[in-house]
Ligand binder design. Structure first.
Ligand code: SF4
Length: 82
C-alpha cells in the first residue's frame, strides 16, 4: 500500500483525454477536480485546464469515473490509467 502511494506521488501526467463515447455525464470527475473538468453542452466532460489540479487529484478524478472514460497519460505518452 505504501509503495503504491509513493509510486503515484512520482507521477507526471502529460495528457488527459476524455472518451466522449464512454462519458455518461455523471460529473464525478468534476466533483473531484473542478479546476480541470467541466461538462459541455452535450453533458460530456471536457478538459478545460489540464494543469487545474495536481497529478494525484487528476488521477483520483479519473478513478472516480464510473465508466473509466478518463484516460491519463504520462509525459512520455504511456497510458497510466485505466
Ligand atoms: S466522471 Fe466520467 S462519466 Fe462522469 S462526467 Fe466525468 S468523464 Fe464523464
Amino acid at each position: 500500500m505504501e509503495n503504491e502511494l509513493s509510486s503515484e506521488k512520482k507521477l507526471k501526467i502529460g495528457k488527459i483525454v476524455v472518451d466522449r463515447n464512454l462519458c455518461i455525464g455523471a460529473a464525478s470527475c468534476i466533483a473531484v477536480a473542478p479546476g480541470v473538468f467541466e461538462l459541455d453542452s452535450e453533458n460530456k466532460a471536457v478538459v478545460y485546464n489540464d494543469k487545474g489540479a495536481d497529478d494525484e487529484t487528476i488521477l483520483l478524478a479519473a478513478k472516480s469515473c464510473p465508466t473509466q472514460a478518463i484516460l491519463v497519460f504520462d509525459e512520455e505518452g504511456n497510458q497510466i490509467y485505466p
